[in-house]
Design a protein around this ligand. Structure first.
Ligand code: NDP
Length: 336
């Protein structure tokens, strides 16, 4: 079997040297375990955090350990009563071709005759659930309100805008480059899509939100946050989901300390700014799986995938994602 391990901890943006491809001998499964062959690997921004030492909401990957990640896997051998050879499952089996895992750790069995199985890593899985739960519990978009989200062609942002529309809100999406902007507007049906790389991005955002912003679903931070902040309405909600513009930062940005100004605005505009990790709302997961399956079948929620072939290409694809090179949910297809 083949796996990709963390070779070194990156300083700033990761490079391919921070990863190492290894072949290894699979042990035999013990009682309660299953042997998996991984079919699809999900690449997600949170993995950048796992490459750092130190406290985060999940433990870091240690040097020499296999990189962490969600997978769609086939059960090859099972010593657990719930799973049989041939089952396709949603697992967390990491950046490797095969894995032995505890049968209890497997999340869902997938129906190969249903939705494309890899959607369980994207719109119908963790990223889609992040959008669903963050809006349901924190954003709470109301009819006629304006919802703004960046990384709007990615699996979280794309789903945020479309669910906001289903609630009768206006969706303003922000993405990098003309192709993504066109996709967000024309394929995903956002009311407006803007390019954060435009010189006059802040003015464009202001023009796109004449009634201000009621929900800002924070995926990125950086310049987008700066442009959003003055436009937030009284009682606006800001689910803080991710800050991908900052994941490779090595030092605080230069410039004046803006914390007092930010806190002043949170106070005077009655803002709700709440960080969350999707698992906080795991009680909603069964309802999400049901409701999203229906939306996907009805064509009310659409999605795009960016598929890379072969495990050995995962590091480069992952590094590219942090710089916006992916276009849609980034997946690695393993095997033939
Ligand atoms: P995406 O597939 O959307 O990939 C990240 C995207 O971020 C890039 O494609 C790029 O899109 C955008 N981006 C990168 N740098 C910048 C920048 N400086 N300014 C603006 N945009 C930038 O990822 P996901 O949909 O999987 O994740 C989106 C966010 O949600 C991430 O922050 C992630 O960490 C977070 N997340 C949080 C979870 C939670 O439980 N809290 C769970 C899952 C995800 P573009 O080219 O359009 O700029």
């Amino acid at each position: 079997a083949t796996r990709i391990v963390l070779a070194s901890r990156p300083e700033g943006a990761p490079t391919t040297d921070d990863f190492r491809v290894e072949t290894f001998q699979l042990p035999t499964p013990r009682n309660g375990q299953v042997l998996l062959r991984n079919r699809w690997l999900s690449l997600d921004p949170y993995m950048r955090g796992r490459m750092n030492a130190g406290r985060s909401y999940a433990a870091p990957v240690e040097i020499g350990e296999v990189m962490d990640g969600g997978t769609i896997s086939e059960v090859v051998e099972s010593l657990h009563p719930a799973w049989s050879p041939g089952d396709l499952v949603l697992a967390h089996a990491g950046w490797q071709t095969h894995a032995i895992v505890d049968g209890e750790s497997l999340r869902r069995k997938l129906d190969p005759a249903g939705l494309p199985v890899q959607t369980a890593l994207g719109v119908h899985g963790m990223p889609g659930f992040t959008a669903y739960a963050g809006l349901h519990e924190i954003g709470k978009p109301q009819h006629g309100e304006t919802v703004v989200v960046a990384a709007a062609s990615g699996p979280v942002g794309a789903t945020v805008g479309q669910i906001a529309k289903l609630h009768g809100a206006r969706a303003v999406g922000i993405a990098g480059g003309p192709d993504k902007v066109a996709h967000v507007r024309d394929e995903l049906g956002f009311d407006v899509a803007l390019d954060h790389r435009a010189d006059d991005f802040a003015q464009q955002l202001e023009a796109a939100c004449p009634g201000g912003i009621d929900v800002y679903f924070e995926n990125v931070g950086g310049k987008v946050f700066d442009a959003v902040l003055p436009l937030l309405n009284d009682f606006a909600r800001v689910p803080v989901c991710g800050l991908v513009a900052h994941y490779n930062d090595t030092a605080p940005p230069a410039g004046p300390d803006r914390v007092p100004q930010l806190m002043g605005l949170i106070l005077s505009r009655h803002l709700t700014v709440r960080g969350f990790i999707q698992r906080d709302f795991i009680a909603l997961y069964p309802e999400f799986v049901r409701e999203m399956a229906q939306w996907l079948r009805d064509g009310r929620v659409r999605y795009r995938e960016d598929v890379v072939q072969g495990l050995e290409n995962a590091p480069e694809a992952f590094i590219g994602m942090l710089a916006g090179k992916n276009f849609g949910k980034l997946l690695v297809k393993l095997g033939g």
